[in-house]
Design a binder for this molecule. Structure first.
Ligand code: SF4
Length: 119
């Protein structure tokens, strides 16, 4: 058995959560969370951590040279760097609108990369 201390980032309260894992790395218990979201966050973070991804994409023919983008859903943490490399290869043609998909299904994660501003 081992324990892992986390801060839940699911809301601004930031509860200190302790996760107990067995020798196979499986979650045995979660304590310190004030609500169920904290339990879900802690289990996810210990077994399959994910992160939202934000970056920029080059734009040609627009009023700005780049447009800010984000992942529509969290992506697996271990793929963040690879995803950033894929995003750096992308160039889109203006006009770009908020919510436009600039890269779909990045690295077969099922997650789209979308614009968060107009360009
Ligand atoms: S456990 Fe619940 S109350 Fe605490 S930080 Fe997470 S979401 Fe907020």
């Amino acid at each position: 058995m081992k324990t892992k201390d986390l801060i839940c980032v699911s809301c601004p309260i930031g509860c200190a959560v302790t996760v107990t894992l067995n020798d196979n790395g499986e979650v045995v218990s979660v304590t310190g969370n004030t609500c169920k979201r904290g339990d879900s966050y802690a289990r996810q973070e210990c077994t399959h951590p994910e992160r939202m991804l934000t970056s920029t994409v080059k734009v040609s023919g627009g009023r700005l040279p780049v447009v800010p983008v984000k992942s529509a859903k969290p992506v697996p943490k271990e793929l963040l760097l690879s995803c950033m490399k894929e995003i750096n290869k992308v160039q889109v043609q203006a006009p770009v609108h908020i919510g436009d998909v600039v890269l779909s299904n990045i690295l077969n994660t099922g997650v789209d990369i979308v614009a968060t501003n107009n360009a």
